[in-house]
Design a protein. Structure first.
Length: 402
């Protein structure tokens, strides 16, 4: 007789692995398996982000995003301490470079206080003292922000999951899903060979493929994943000490992304980015990418045209700066003027799996879909890596209450 797992978890990123690990802790007698289509865990959003442990500055008070991020910042650091994973609480400065940004900075400061985040307002002189190489009229200092390698965290949680009796099947791609009254049947392919798995409950944490899995299950949803490339540069090695904190601009509330920033990495380097460029391939990390399947799906989705129209001017600017390095550099020079185009060295891009509704609305908070025997994480935007442990707990609570 074929084995029937209690839980099948699709997706070996940090959210899927966190969920599997916590589920195995809470149901030690249950059988659980994680299936991941790549040869290694954390191959997509988890392994292509900036490695920041976020404090929850930007998120609407009371939102799931704000609550989970604040809990996640503490849980991530505690996990790293327990398992000797290097991290650094270097803090973050959000720098205002003009009077309009000063006004937005004050509103952002008030939001931080509402969210219970420890912050400090710095004037121009105090900013200069903290960061001699950064210019601005003022800044918000967020002391709780840190940096870490999320791939290391994911692999450690996977190790703990397996120690508790869980299974992980890599190079295993989902080809079809069927839900019956008793089970979910997962048709898979591994190394070219088809096979099937059966589970009493399915949890999908599939990131860039989240909408395709809900469609496979026949769940009626009104969103689609639209990929946005986040392109980075690494600063030349002589600039590894250029900043003491992470340096972020004050974000424009009319735009969905945070702007280009300077990020100290846990390996001692400093990156610049990311921007937000329309992607034409969901897993397209190189400079020139195109997938006919992904593009056709986008172009036939009315929400794509609406969101593109809503952010047309910003989208053109992002595309121009993607191909014209001086334009990209200008975004950094407004707060760090000594950097030159020759200082911007190649660094891998990331892809943000952004859920967009049919009406063109960008989904900013976490989004879930359900069927009687499945739960799908449809949108897990930044700071999902920071929030992975409380997200996993939240998913486990939902699953175990069903």
């Amino acid at each position: 007789m074929d084995k029937v797992y209690d839980y099948i978890i699709v997706g070996g990123g940090i959210v899927g692995i966190s969920t599997a690990w916590q589920l195995q802790q809470r149901r030690p007698d249950a059988s659980a398996i994680v299936i991941e289509k790549e040869a290694s865990l954390a191959s997509h959003q988890t392994g292509h982000n900036s490695g920041v442990i976020h404090a929850g500055v930007y998120y609407a008070p009371g939102s799931l995003k704000a609550t989970l991020c604040k809990a996640g910042e503490k849980a991530t650091k505690a996990f790293c301490r327990e398992h000797q994973i290097p991290f650094e609480q270097c803090g973050k400065l959000l720098v205002a470079t003009n009077t309009a940004e000063l006004e937005r900075m004050q509103a952002l400061y008030e939001r931080c206080l509402e969210n219970g985040i420890e912050v400090e307002l710095l004037n121009q002189e105090q900013l200069q003292q903290q960061e001699p190489n950064i210019i601005g009229l003022g800044a918000i200092l967020v002391t709780a922000t840190g940096i870490v390698d999320y791939t290391k965290i994911t692999n450690k949680m996977a190790e703990l999951f397996v120690t508790l009796g869980g299974e992980i099947s890599k190079r295993t791609e989902v080809k079809a899903l069927e839900e019956t009254s008793d089970n979910v049947v997962v048709q898979c392919r591994s190394d070219g060979q088809p096979f099937q798995l059966k589970g009493r409950f399915l949890i999908c944490c599939a990131g860039l493929m989240a909408d395709r899995l809900t469609k496979m299950m026949g769940i009626d949803t009104d969103f689609q994943i639209i990929p946005y490339r986040g392109e980075y540069y690494r600063l030349a090695p002589q600039h590894n000490q250029i900043v003491n904190h992470l340096i972020y601009p004050i974000p424009d509330p009319e735009l969905p992304f945070l702007g280009v920033h300077l990020t100290r990495m846990i390996d001692g380097t400093v990156t610049v980015g990311p921007n937000a460029v329309q992607g034409w391939k969901r897993e397209g990390y190189s400079k020139v990418n195109f997938s006919a399947k992904d593009t056709v799906e986008m172009l036939t989705f009315k929400g794509f045209w609406k969101v593109s129209a809503n952010h047309f001017k910003a989208g053109l600017a992002e595309t121009k700066n993607s191909w014209w390095k001086p334009g990209y550099l200008k975004l950094v020079n407004k707060y760090c003027p000594q950097l030159a185009t020759s200082d911007l060295q190649p660094y891998p891009a990331g892809i943000r799996a952004q859920a967009v509704l049919n009406d063109g609305t960008l989904v900013h908070d976490f989004l879930f879909a359900e069927s009687p025997r499945s739960l799908h994480v449809c949108n897990a935007p930044s700071p999902a890596a920071t929030s992975a442990m409380p997200i996993g707990k939240y998913i486990c609570d939902k699953v175990l209450d069903l």
